[in-house]
Structures are given as C-alpha cells and as structure tokens.
Design a protein around this ligand. Structure first.
Ligand SMILES: *Cc1c(COP(=O)(O)O)cnc(C)c1O
Length: 494
C-alpha cells in the first residue's frame, strides 16, 4: 500500500514514511492509493472482538509492518487501557444506537487512534533506520493534545510538543494538559484560538530552513494531528466494528445501509467513516454535525468553503474550528483525484480564505448531509435526552444528537442510525451540569460530584486524580512565537 499527496500526483510514500512525515512537504495530505474491500470480511467476522477487527483493518493499510508488529501494537494500545469490555461501547438509544468512543485514558475519542499510533511510529522509525529523534508537533483544540501526550510520554527517541489555545479549552482539558507527566513532553498555551495554533504548526512544517537546522542537530518533525494517516486509519475500525456488531445482534440485515452522525471539527472522524464506505461498508448517509462554527454546514449546502468569519467559543470546544484540514482528503476523492485542482483550491483558501468546488464535485457529495446546533440547542438536548431516556451525553455528542433530529425532520429517513459519542460528560462537566441543575459550583470537582449524584454515574478516575496532580506546564506564548518556543525546548539556536 502506498500513500500519495493530495496536491502532487507524483509524490508517493509507503506507510512508515507517511507515519513519520505526517504531512507531505508540498503541504498536501497523504491518502491511500487504493481502498481495499472489506465486504466479505464483514459477514465472516460476527465473532470478532474490537482488537481482532483493528488488526485486520490496520494490516490492510500498513502492509509494510509484519502481522506480529500490528498485533502487538493493537494489543498494547487497547487491552487493559479502556474501561469497557470491547474498547468501545454501543448503547441503544430510542430506536438507534450511540457509539461511545470515550472509554480510553483521556476520556475522548482521540484515544482510539492515539493509543495505537505511538506504537506504529516507533516501529516505523526502526524500519526506516531513521537515526533521528522525532519531535511531534501538535496543535490541539483540547482533546488531541492530552491523548497524544498520554500516548507518547516517556517513549525513547520521541519528544512531543503540544500547543493549545490558552482560553479556548474546558477547565478539565486545561488541567489534564498542564499536569502532564513524562520526561519528553512540553505543553504550551497560545494567546489565540485553535486555528492560530493549527496554522502556526502547519507553517513550521513548511519552514525549510528550520527543518534543515533540526536535521543538522539530529531531529525531525512529525505530527500527531489528524492530518497524519496514523490517526485516520485506526478510526475506520469503529465504523466497521459497529456494523458487524449490529449485524450479529440482528439489529440490521445483511447489506442494510445505515447512517452515522458525527460531531465534527477537523473532519478526521467523519472522513474515516467515508473511507469505510469506500471500502464497502453499507453506509447511507454520513451526517456532519457542527456547532456555531458552521463552516462545514455552509459548505455542504452551497459548495463554498468560507473561513472568513470570527471563531466562536462554544460549549463544544473540540469542534471550535474554522479550517477543517481533512476536508481536503474528501475533496480529492470527489474530483477524481485531480491533485492540480486541489492544489489550486488550497491556494485560494490560503490567499482569500475561501474557495468554491466544481459542479461535478458538488454532485459527488451526496454521501453527506450537514447540520449545526447552537449553544442553546445543545443545552436543551442534554436535558431532553436525560429526562426522556435517562442517558447522559456530553456537549459534543449533544450537537450530533440535535443535528440528527434536524436531519430526520428534513428527510423523514428512518434508516438505522449510529450517533458517535466523542467525549465523556465529565470532561465538559460544567456545561453538561448547567441544563440539569443550574447551580454555581466551586470547581470542576464539586461539579463532578453533583453530576455523579444527579445521573447516578461514577466519576472517572482520570478526573479525580487531577485534584492532586501537580501543574508543571505554565508557558503561555504569543501566536507568532511557536518557532522560538520550539528552539528553546530543543536547546537550539538559529
Ligand atoms: C476532536 C473532537 C471532535 C472532532 O473530531 P474531528 O475528527 O476533528 O472532526 C469531536 N468531539 C470531540 C470530543 C473531540 O475531541
């Protein structure tokens, strides 16, 4: 299996190179050259566990790795690190299902990929005889940062630097990152929003003179963001897993097409669902759920992507994004893989902040529908679902649930639907608690206690342990100081 750049037809890398590089040097994203078919696998796998399915899917894309390498990576990632029997939890809600993807070490779905990716990267480094220390740069809207830090902490030959918007994440997210342990980790707050952080990191990747300086000093940059194929491929697994599970429980028939509703930010999660569809998973619609930052909703409606608006801080901060990087990979498929066209569109985005896709591309977006939910709708939804079904959802999941209701209203489509739940309610406890019991709490711990009582659920140990954890990361920088802070951490001078 090879991976090609979305912006240059002739660039091709194998999976270890793709994992290490993260981003192609022309600014494009790596995409698989072909999509293996899993139709037969689906119906032969009714007895398979999550890890069995993960081994199969990862093996198809990362075929430079031995079966043994894939197998140990998957086992180390998922076994005993997730607090639910089969890694993810599929729960009935009304006539549909909720797919809880937050049972890992940091309570958000980012753990699904970031638990396994460090193992693959370590093996990729060995395979390519790299002889360099890998420096992972990550921009985060809150959840990627913590999940990457947990995945990469104390791994020899790797350092990780995380940039997050100092005032754009939840209190729990901030505490989780600022108390991060590990001898190879650095966490830095930025005076700006997530897009500032992401743009800053992308600029560093395109900075040739900096890359040269690092190279001369035995370092090489890599990325843990969802632009890395190591993030994307493991996310295909849970779409396949839920289909197999629903089929084996008799909830859906063979080849029955189902919907997935995905709370979306950088478009990585939903893109993995699209890849699953290209591999033969019977999917009807992928419903893209956005919050008040509804650039994607506008895009699916009009074919125009326009990021020229102010970023709004919402109660679902992990989706507070105006530039959804992974959309580039979808566009690439909708224009029959015309790298020149993608390159043009991305240049337009850089210079004018917007672009419009062609009519053919618009027609190829039929697999998707887009909706958005505002803060009030999210708040009301949390309370409605709790009152009606005694089910507690976090703010991101509530965005998805509300968008699903809008979708049904618009289409009357009653296909079986899986709603992806991307974070534990305890991670966004204040905004989850507000609609249930509008009281002011001293801090997130007091609020968690109240939530635990109201909902009769257990506070995850990842939250209680924060109470006594030491804050060790206190750096806050201006948004143009990323390079300076990286050089300082690596002890380099220009
Ligand atoms: C990252 C994240 C999202 C958005 O996922 P993308 O892959 O960036 O679209 C949604 N919800 C939560 C809780 C997240 O952490």
């Amino acid at each position: 299996m090879q991976f090609t750049s979305t912006r240059t037809k002739t660039i091709k890398v194998n999976s270890p190179e793709g994992l290490i590089k993260g981003l192609s040097h022309d600014g494009g994203l790596f995409v698989p050259t072909t999509f293996p078919n899993i139709k037969e696998f689906l119906y032969n796998s009714t007895d398979k566990t999550y890890t069995d399915i993960a081994k199969h899917i990862l093996g198809l894309f990362f075929d430079e790795f031995s079966t043994e390498d894939i197998s140990t990576s998957v086992d180390s990632a998922y076994i005993n690190r997730f607090d639910t029997k089969d890694t993810v939890k599929l729960t009935d809600l009304d006539d549909n299902s909720i797919l809880e993807l937050y049972h890992g070490p940091t309570l958000a779905f980012k753990d699904m990929a970031l638990s396994v990716m460090p193992h693959l990267l370590t093996k990729a480094i060995q395979k390519t005889n790299l002889n360099k220390e890998v420096v992972i740069l990550t921009a985060t809207s809150g959840d990627t940062g913590k999940a990457a830090l947990e995945g990469y902490k104390n791994i020899d030959g790797i350092k990780i630097i995380v940039f997050f918007p100092e005032d754009g994440v939840s209190d729990v997210q901030k505490l989780q990152m600022k108390t991060q342990e590990g001898n190879n980790v650095k966490v830095i707050g930025i005076k700006g929003n997530f897009d500032d952080a992401q743009t800053g990191v992308k600029k560093i990747f395109e900075n040739d003179s900096l890359a040269k300086l690092l190279n001369e000093n035995g370092f090489i940059f890599s990325s843990a963001n969802s632009i890395n194929i190591g993030r994307l491929i493991p996310q295909i697994v849970y779409y396949v897993h839920s289909y197999i599970k629903l089929y084996s429980e008799g909830k859906i028939k063979k080849d029955e097409k189902i919907n997935f509703v995905v709370p979306t930010g950088n478009f990585g999660n939903i893109l993995a669902g699209y890849y699953a569809k290209l591999m033969g998973l019977p999917i009807n619609k992928l419903i893209c759920a956005s919050n008040d930052n509804n650039v994607l909703y506008e895009f699916f409606k009009t074919g125009v992507y326009n990021k020229n608006k102010d970023l709004i801080l919402t109660t679902s901060p992990s989706m507070d994004i105006l530039v959804s990087s992974n959309l580039e990979r979808l566009l690439f498929e909708t224009c029959n893989r015309d790298a020149n066209l993608i390159s043009d569109l991305m240049d337009q985005l850089k210079t004018t902040g917007k672009y419009e896709i062609t009519d053919i591309m618009k027609n190829n977006l039929n697999d998707f529908d887009g909706f958005f939910a505002n803060k009030e709708q999210v708040s009301t939804e949390i309370k409605n679902v709790f009152d009606k079904f005694n089910y507690l959802m976090d703010t991101h999941t509530a965005v998805a649930y509300n968008c699903y209701k809008q979708y049904v209203n618009k289409t009357n489509d009653n296909s079986y639907t899986v709603i992806l739940s991307t974070a534990s309610p305890y991670k966004f406890v204040e905004d989850v608690m507000k609609p249930l019991n509008n009281t002011v709490y001293k801090d997130v711990f007091e609020c968690s206690n109240a939530l635990s009582v109201v909902s009769n659920t257990k506070i995850p140990s990842q939250i209680t342990s924060l109470k006594t954890a030491l804050v060790t990361h206190t750096d806050v920088i201006e948004k143009n100081e990323l390079e300076k802070s990286i050089l300082k951490y690596l002890n380099l001078t220009k």
